[in-house]
Design a protein around this ligand. Structure first.
Ligand code: GUN
Length: 294
């Protein structure tokens, strides 16, 4: 069996086209565009690249973005002052604090400061808490986990009643995607560095979300035939045959997994484009919500 390859770029493009229409209609109605405020502290090249990509995507769909680029020595007070100013700015509907923050900055205090109504990354502890609670709904859900859930829908996966295995328990992906799967009535197992016999756990999974940050960690031989496999990993590995001397691979060994899975995403071109599309969608939603409440 060869898996159907789910094209995350195509799904993201379709969502972005819809957001562009919504943003244009919003501007016609209100006279202003939705606005995203991005905070980037430090000189992590990957973070800088992500923020550039997110801002470019905003521009393409008609969302105004402003970036606060702060140096790596910024103080807690300075970062908090920027977040407070964005909270108070009526032209800003969504706030994105790119993670990780430099080591001297207390991330929790910064994320807690973001106005709930502008928390388009869904990282405020109240939004994460609501995500985890039965019968409650957060205002926003984090971008990458939401992108995974949309891809599962696109895959035609039956989440209700499925056995789902999430590899990784990060605050950004593993934990929130596990909470979202529980909300969608999956039976969820979270695999992490202390888990025993990981292949045995994965063998039971109808749905596998790999977000462990280890290149090609999940092998095809571990998978249940027909499983839906969403690969969140973006790992840079040396490749002398590549033009730049490196390339990106996921957390799943694609070549072996594709022969066993039912549906699978690729890296790149899978979850990555969805993360950006979901951020745009959350920003659009924040602006619409703000306009509706006046
Ligand atoms: N760092 C890695 N992924 C993300 C993300 O989705 N949002 C933010 N703010 N930082 C990140």
């Amino acid at each position: 069996m060869t898996a159907r390859i789910l094209d995350g770029q195509a799904v993201a493009d379709r969502i972005r086209a819809q957001i562009a229409q919504d943003a244009a209609a919003f501007k016609t109605k209100t006279g202003y565009a939705p606005g995203l405020g991005a905070v980037l502290a430090g000189d992590n090249p990957a973070s800088a690249q992500y923020v550039r990509m997110k801002r470019k995507a905003c521009e393409q769909v008609g969302i105004t973005s402003v970036a606060h680029l702060m140096n790596a020595n910024s103080t807690q007070q300075e970062v908090e002052a920027v977040v407070k100013a964005l909270n108070d700015d009526p032209a800003i509907h969504g706030i994105l604090v790119q993670l990780p923050l430099p080591p001297q900055i207390n991330e929790e205090r910064v994320l807690r400061l973001v106005s709930l109504e502008k928390d388009v990354d869904g990282f405020h502890p109240i939004n994460i808490g609501l995500l985890g609670m039965k019968g409650r709904e957060p205002l926003f859900t984090p971008a990458t986990p939401t992108g995974c859930m949309v891809l599962l829908q696109e895959a035609g996966a039956q989440v209700n009643g499925a056995n789902a295995v999430v590899l990784g328990r990060s605050n950004i992906v593993g934990l929130p995607v596990a909470l979202m799967l529980i909300k969608a009535n999956a039976t969820v197992t979270v695999v992490h560095s202390k888990t025993k016999d990981i292949p045995r756990v994965v063998a039971d999974a109808d749905i596998v979300i790999a977000a462990i940050g280890q290149p090609r960690f999940v092998k095809g031989s571990w998978l249940k035939p027909g499983a839906v496999v969403i690969d969140v990993g973006t790992n840079r590995i040396d490749d002398p045959t590549a033009e730049k001397g490196y390339r990106y691979v996921g957390d799943v060994e694609f070549e072996t997994a594709v022969d066993v899975a039912g549906v699978i995403t690729r890296v790149p071109g899978g979850v990555g484009p969805m993360t950006i599309a979901m951020l745009l969608q959350n920003t659009m939603k924040a602006a619409q919500r703000r306009a509706a409440f006046g």
